[in-house]
Each structure stands twice: as C-alpha cells, then as structure tokens.
Unconditional design. Structure first.
Length: 654
C-alpha cells in the first residue's frame, strides 16, 4: 500500500451471542478470557511459561522462556527437552489407549478406525523402519501421500525419532515435488502407489519417479504404501514397500528427546512467483500452539468427534489433524476424496454417519456447497454438530449465515479463524463460550497474541472506517523460526517493512468499534479505483449477498481513467446464463454492488463461470484471474488446479 489508507466499505451489523448453555459448559468463559488476557498483558513471558508447563509433557523442564538475543529469530523454551510424538500418543495410553484416535473414510467408502494404542504401534513400527534405513535426528524426510491415516503415522514416526518431515500435498506436480525435495535435502521419500480424488486415480509413485529422475541426489530410499492398487515400477535398491519395511518391526520405539527448538517440520508455501519458501517450525512452540488452540478455540471435550477437512499437505492439516487434536486426546475424522463426490451431500453424510461434533472447513468449500442449494444438507441428521469453524480466508457474511442456518441449524457457534502457515496456530478467533460473533469477522486475538492494524509508517490505526497492515507486535511460541536455508529471505519477507518491530502478515484488515478484526484481503490484492483503496473481500461479500450468487472473486485490471477497473468472476446458484441473459444479470449485479457499497465499488466487468480456479486445497488462484482479466498469457504453474478446464471458460471461450 502507499500512504493512502485502505477504506472499509462493508458494514455488517448482525451479532450472535454465545448460547448461555454453551457458555456454562465451555472451557473458556467470558471471565476466563478476561483473566487470561490480563495475565498476558501483565507478565507476557510468565503467561506463556505457565501454559507451556501445564499443557505439554516435558522430559527436561525449561528455565529460559523467550530468547530474543537474535531477534527476529526468536527462540522459545530453549533449554527444555521433549518429544512431539510422546505428547500426542504416549500420554494418552494409560487412560484412553482403547479410544478411537482416527476414523478414516476413503472416497469409495472404505472405513477404518485406529485406537490410540493401534496408532502408537503403527507409528513405532514405521519409526523403527526409518531408523533401519539410517534415518535419524535432523534428517529430512519428504512425505507425499494421499489423505490416509498413514500420512499421520509417517509424520508422527518422524517426530518420534527426531527426523524433520516435510509433507508435500499429493496434488502437486513432479516438478513441485522435486523442488521441495532438493531444497530440503531429503534423504528419504514416503509415498504411495496412488490416491483417489473425484473418482480419478492420482499416480503418486509415478510422479515421485519423475521427480527423482536424474535429480535429487540426496534421496537414498523411497518407501511406498500400497493404497490405490495401481501398478507401479519399483527401483531395485532404492524402493521398498511400506509393508516390507515395517514387517517384523517392534511396536515400541524409544522416543528421541529433542530440544524445544529442534525443527519439527518444514512446510513449503507454494507462491506462483519465485521458489517455494520452506517454513521451519520448532517442536516445543508449535506443539504448544497446536494443542492449546485446539482445546480453546474448538472447546474440545473427550467425547468430541473432530473433523478438520484440510489435507495434511497444508498447515491446517498439520496443526488441526496430525498434532493439535491428537495432543488433546480427541477422535479425528480423515477423508480422502472430493467434497462433492459422488454428490454434494458427501460432507454431510460423513458428519451424520460418524457422529461429527466439530466441523472445520474452508469458506471456499462452504460457498461451493451453497451452490447446490439448501435441500441437500436438509436431508442429513446433523444434530450431533455442536461447533463449526472456518479457515483459509475471510468468509463472506452471507456464506457465514448459510453455514449457521443450514449446517449449524442456528444452534452451533462458528469460529472464524485467522492464521497462516507461518504463525503455526490460530491467532485471531472467537473463543466460542466467551466471544460474541459477527458474520465475516474473526473477532479478537486469543489471549497472548498482540495483533494490530497499522499504517504505512507502522502507526496503529484506530479509525474504524479505514484499514491497513495486519501485524503481530510480540513474538509467540508457535511462530515460524526461519525460512529453511535462507534466513535473509525470512527477515526480508516478514520483518523488514517496519524495521523488525512487527511481524508483517501480508494481509490487510480493519477494526470496528468493538475491537473486532475484519480481514480485507491480501495486501497485494488491494484494488485502487479512482484514488480509493478497496479490499477485495468486501466487494466479494457484496456480490455473495445477492440471492443468485454462490461465490465471487474480484481482481483489478488497468483502466486509463480510474487507474484500475474491478473485474468480477461469478459462480451462480443454478445454471450459468449465456448471451442476453448473461448481459442482463451482469448489469443487475453491477447495480446491486453499487447499491450495497457505493458507486466507487461498482464493477466494470462481470463474467460468469461454473467454478472458480482453485488449488486442490480450496485456494482461489487470484494471480491467474488477474492474468485472465488483463488478457495476459498465464505463466504460473497450474498443476495444482482442481479444475484446469475452467480457464477457457473464464476467458469467455467455453
């Protein structure tokens, strides 16, 4: 942004207070929230130290809380020692060893259940197998698997022996896989013959072979899981089947006790420009953030069945599938497949059949399912749901209301969570028994997180009509430690803008009269129209408020007079119009947005599509949309697109 502030033009007056019954039984009450916030303000380091001691199982207690001597490379609990796998598995065996840890459902309908005792045994067998292949503490292991329990087993097995895992999403291309293997210097890759997605076979072993062909000299072994049943080539001396590698291995494995700052994992962000960034997280701080926020934000109880729909290839799947809920002793659901296969009732069918009580998904999935109408979720018994969550991007108020009404049946609190790969755990979200919610707002920071909105000079913005950069002003335990192999890039990307004073999230936001945060979009997605600076999320929310609109993405394109014109890509509820009908509806939508937000936000171009271009994680590929809007050649990697054929439709050629 330049020296002009970002204008907030969306006004959402609706407020939903927590139900009295929910608050009465919640982990965190309004009084608890105020007490925790006051404690953090009074003694910041003491607050985090107390939580770390009470929340985690330490093999050697820490005496140093926060080491700022090499800021902004902050270090937490540096002289403490622990093991992440022990904290997720062993600590539960005495009291809940027979409790179901994972409920897995495949796309064809296979269901498997693993108890905590069975999961621990599987983790130990693989950990021993990795050690038999020469893998030890500090070695990097790349995991390229479908969304199956063995993905969690592999992550936990690496943590068990102190190896550093780097999970690569199973939808990434061979080229993307190769880049991550090479950057991490991985010694071993764990993959599968194939995975399943929307009725299609995803050939993971073939992609792995392509990635390793004539490259990746550090890789010595490849362990292959038999899953999809497709034929694969096995390279003698390098490749071995998971079943053979683990055969005869003991069901116990002594855990490697590591320093709190020992790297737990690397997770690569997949920006469309430049090489991927290997975000490095530390064992102690990450695990504290993952467990604590799982308990607080989702109000986890021993009886809950928790389903986070994210793939473990993304940070949400790390924090709220593989680590946080397991550290809290929860039962989790894993599903390998598409949300609309074989039909748009699949998510709700899984919730009904497995008794899901907490459901956590992305706004893009909610909007996509909205497109199919209200009748489908009404066919399912969702009475066991007691809490809903959203993650990944800001949720439009009308999508929030649909979620509240048709999935939560107007009785489930919604936790709208803001966080990032880099933050490791949720930073801003309503604690469901303590904070009233507003559709579209992630509300307030969790106690101990010092978030603010600042202008170009780093001054806090208090004017509710204007927004700025979303920053974090104090370090926190689950924060990234560096970018693997490139600390200069870490400092330049996240700290340089304000001279190292603040962590710069890259998002824009504003705060309302109640101090609630409203994320307005990425800083590089700001629209600059006739001297006004507008957030993309607010314009998109106005579109989605129209009764015929399911989902929208807006981008800017150059305009000789206004500087930038607003181009909107719109997915409707129902059939996509063509010809005169499309022109008429486009005009109606332009007028609608102008009425909702003012003439300045009225889009110049409205294009209809059956879907928006998204990665298989549900992220809208906005850089691709900008190229389409500007008539430019698409140069970025589109290998992770869920629906590659949509590009021609967006160009108006299909």
């Amino acid at each position: 942004m330049n020296d002009k502030s970002l204008e907030s033009i969306l006004h959402e007056p609706r407020v939903f207070n927590p139900a009295a019954a929910f608050t009465a039984a919640a982990r965190i009450s309004p009084a608890d929230y105020e007490r925790l916030a006051a404690e953090a303000a009074r003694d910041y380091e003491g607050y985090w130290a107390r939580l770390a001691r009470e929340t985690l199982d330490w093999q050697r207690p820490f005496t140093t809380v926060l080491d700022s001597s090499q800021a902004p490379n902050y270090r937490w609990f540096t002289d403490g020692r622990l093991n992440a796998s022990v904290n997720c598995l062993d600590v539960h065996l005495a009291e809940r060893g027979g409790k179901t840890a994972i409920v897995f459902e495949s796309e064809p309908g296979e269901v498997r259940r693993l108890s905590y005792r069975e999961l621990t045994a599987a983790v130990c067998r693989l950990a021993n197998a990795l050690q038999a292949q020469g893998i030890g503490a500090g070695d990097r292991v790349v995991i390229y698997l479908p969304m199956v329990p063995e993905a969690v087993v592999a992550m936990q097995a690496c943590a068990r022996i102190g190896a550093v895992h780097s999970v690569v999403f199973g939808g990434f291309s061979a080229k993307s896989l190769r880049e991550r293997i090479e950057d991490a210097g991985a010694r071993l890759v764990i993959t599968a013959d194939g995975g399943r997605r929307a009725g299609r076979l995803v050939e993971l072993k073939a992609a792995t072979d392509e990635a390793l062909a004539g490259s990746c000299p550090t890789v010595e072994k490849v362990i292959v899981l038999r899953h999809a049943g497709n034929a694969v080539a096995m390279q003698a001396g390098r490749d071995l089947w998971w079943s053979d590698a683990t055969a005869g291995q003991p069901e116990s494995c002594a855990p490697a006790v590591v320093d709190a700052e020992h790297p737990l994992f690397l997770l690569y962000t997949s920006g469309s420009t430049g090489r991927p960034k290997g975000i490095q997280h530390a064992t102690g701080g990450f695990l504290l953030g993952a467990k604590l926020t799982s308990q607080w934000i989702f109000d986890l109880r021993d009886s809950d069945v928790f389903w986070c729909t994210a793939d473990v290839g993304w940070v949400t799947g790390h924090t709220y599938v593989a680590y946080g809920p397991l550290a809290a002793g929860a039962t989790i659901v894993m599903y390998e497949g598409a949300p609309v296969h074989p039909d748009a009732g699949r998510f709700w069918s899984i919730c009904e059949r497995h008794g899901v009580t907490i459901f956590y998904t992305a706004p893009t999935a909610i909007r996509a399912l909205m497109k199919f109408g209200d009748v489908i979720p009404a066919q399912y018994d969702l009475s066991k749901l007691r809490l809903l969550g959203t993650v990944g991007e800001p949720i439009n108020p009308e999508a929030w209301i649909w979620y509240h009404k048709h999935i939560g049946r107007e009785r489930c609190p919604i936790v709208d969570t803001w966080w990032q790969t880099e933050t490791g755990a949720t930073m801003i979200a309503p604690l469901p028994g303590a904070i009233a919610t507003k559709p579209g707002s992630c509300t307030r920071p969790i106690p101990g997180i010092d978030a603010a909105v600042v202008d170009e000079d780093g001054r806090e913005i208090t004017d509710v009509e204007h927004g700025g950069y979303l920053v974090i002003r104090k370090p926190w335990p689950s924060m990234l430690r560096t970018i693997w192999g490139d600390n200069a890039r870490y400092i330049r990307t996240y700290w340089e803008k304000f001279g190292g004073r603040y962590y710069v999230a890259g998002d824009t936001a504003h705060r309302d009269d109640d101090g609630y945060f409203w994320v307005m979009g990425r800083a590089d997605d700001v629209l600059k129209v006739s001297g006004h600076r507008l957030g993309t999320m607010e314009v998109e929310s106005a579109f989605v408020a129209h009764p015929r609109v399911a989902e929208t993405a807006v981008v800017g394109r150059p305009h000789d007079v206004k500087g930038e014109a607003i181009c909107a890509f719109v997915v409707l509820k129902g059939e996509r119009p063509t010809g005169a009908a499309a022109e008429q509806l486009a005009g109606e939508l332009r007028d609608w947005v102008g009425h909702e937000l003012g003439a300045i936000a009225k889009p110049d171009d409205v294009r209809f599509a059956d879907n928006l271009p998204k990665t298989r994680s549900g992220k809208i590929m906005r850089r691709l949309l900008r190229a389409v809007a500007r008539g430019e050649e698409i140069t970025e990697d589109v290998s992770t697109l869920e629906n590659p054929a949509i590009i021609e439709q967006l160009r108006g050629k299909a």
